[in-house]
Design a protein. Structure first.
Length: 499
């Protein structure tokens, strides 16, 4: 029998990755990303960040051609297409489906005043009970900036979309989105179970600007003749899944049920947990969105904790503290020679901008308890990793107060999760077992497409082939020492945030 494949795209701000997954075995047959060097981000002013959506499309086509060649696959073998994408971006199109301006992407901060003003004027209780978040710096606030500063562009907007919606439109010709997508843009009202008309009315947006809503797992459109000619795909191939990168990362790690969480720890770190009831943090220190399997009858919410100062701190230590040549493995080995708690050395890791978990305070990174006669670079390496772990645990306490019982952390074997010190400290401090897997976002998107088109009957079948690489259990013998160091870290943080 001829092989059948599922195609997944992961549209990031640095590259677009494509993966072909063997539908029967669930294994990745080929993967590629473009551009080979990091994609440019336009920053005309400080705090601005824009990208041309056409660049995403061109890179998607290049990645697709590479995986098709590498796998020796034909267009007829592709059963369905799934899309993962960078969250919170704004794409504006006119009635002829032409992009009107570059996309204002996730890390652009110009819209913060608009979201904050909406939060104040509409009231925190109304925003949090309906949106589960402050309007903040999300897509709706970005559109408010365009409306005020680029009125000629705003008047020509027919629809606003997220980055993944744009790629889906280029493939299918259909302009649509999902409830999960609307929720990440602050366009979904969880209390009324409809688009957040009250927020659109507050900003003066026409209701017709929002695309048609389709299920996350379903045939959302089919590849058009024009897209088939551009890409080499077969006309009629269904697009049957899309999700933002963090919900999709959780899906990629088979995180669907309440109490399960997915962790990533690259330049910044994310803990994304599933909550089984509609709830929110009254201080808006974490964000809450509709997860990929959210329904009104069975609410599944993704609670997103983002820590800006994560791997970037470890990278800074490597560049400025480690002696040359020193790689991360050598640093991990040195950190492991130091006892838990780094002999009283404490690092607050928040040196990469304002932290939402600290209610948007910008404390900076700081080192406490340094003793010139006792501490070495190995102590600093361990204290830095512990500081990152403790920032995760601090945010997980917020999630716990929302009703999330965290007993298991799913993570890909990458970045900080490559460090035994980081993994064991996180498991022992949080009390949650860490399960490491080999997967990525484009593979997850492909399997999501398989769920959406009926190749897989459920997520257990889709991820039956997900390879578990290791399980790190909490070490009860060392838990007390970890909690003592964590308590000291929290006390230092309290002093810093009171200052």
């Amino acid at each position: 029998m001829e092989k059948q494949y599922l195609l997944g795209f992961d549209v990031g701000s640095s590259s677009v990755k494509a993966s072909l997954v063997d539908a029967d075995s669930g294994t990745c047959a080929a993967a590629a990303f473009f551009p080979r060097t990091e994609a440019p981000i336009k920053a005309v002013r400080a705090g601005w960040a824009e990208q041309d959506p056409q660049m995403w499309w061109e890179n998607a086509k290049l990645a697709l051609r590479k995986v098709m060649t590498d796998a020796g696959a034909t267009a007829d073998q592709i059963r369905a297409i799934g899309i993962s994408y960078q969250m919170h971006g704004l794409v504006c199109i006119d009635k002829d489906r032409r992009v009107l301006r570059d996309s204002i992407i996730w890390c652009d901060s110009r819209a913060v005043p608009y979201g904050n003003r909406a939060f104040d004027e509409l009231g925190s209780e109304r925003c949090l009970s309906h949106l589960l978040n402050s309007p903040g710096n999300f897509t709706a606030a970005k559109l408010a900036w365009v409306k005020e500063h680029e009125p000629a562009v705003y008047e020509r907007i027919d629809k606003v979309m997220l980055p993944g919606d744009y790629i889906a439109m280029m493939l299918t010709g259909e302009v649509n989105t999902t409830v999960s997508g609307l929720s990440e843009g602050m366009f979904w009202d969880f209390k009324e179970q409809q688009p957040a008309w009250f927020l659109l009315d507050y900003f003066g947006f026409g209701h017709q600007l929002l695309p048609h809503v389709v299920p996350t797992f379903a045939v959302q459109g089919q590849v058009t003749r024009q897209a088939a000619q551009e890409t080499g795909l077969r006309e009629g191939t269904p697009v049957s899944y899309r999700a933002g990168d963090q919900p999709n990362n959780a899906l990629s790690l088979n995180v669907f049920n309440p109490g399960e969480i997915a962790g990533t720890a690259g330049t910044s770190g994310v803990v994304y947990g599933v909550l089984g009831e509609v709830n929110y943090d009254p201080k808006s220190r974490v964000n809450t969105f509709a997860h990929v399997n959210y329904t009104h009858e069975q609410p599944r919410l993704g609670v997103l904790l983002c820590i800006n100062g994560t791997g970037i701190l470890n990278s800074w230590v490597r560049r400025n503290v480690a002696t040359e040549p020193a790689g991360y493995q050598e640093m991990n080995e040195l950190a492991a020679t130091v006892p838990i708690g780094a002999d009283g050395l404490t690092v607050i890791p928040f040196g990469n901008g304002a932290e939402r978990v600290l209610q948007n305070r910008e404390t900076g990174c700081s080192i406490h308890g340094l003793n010139f006669n006792k501490h070495t670079r190995a102590h600093l390496m361990r204290a830095a990793q512990e500081g990152i772990v403790f920032s995760f645990c601090y945010g997980m306490e917020v999630m716990g107060r929302m009703g999330m019982d965290i007993s298991k952390i799913h993570a890909g074997r990458a970045n900080m999760f490559l460090s035994p010190v980081f993994r064991q400290t996180l498991a022992s401090t949080s009390g949650a077992a860490i399960e490491l897997y080999e997967t990525d976002g484009s593979v997850g998107a492909a399997k999501g497409a398989g769920m959406g088109c009926g190749v897989y009957k459920n997520h257990d079948e889709a991820f039956a082939s997900l390879k578990q690489l290791a399980v790190i259990e909490p070490d009860e013998a060392h838990r007390a020492a970890c909690l003592e160091a964590y308590g000291r870290w929290k006390e230092v943080l309290r002093r810093e945030t009171r200052a």
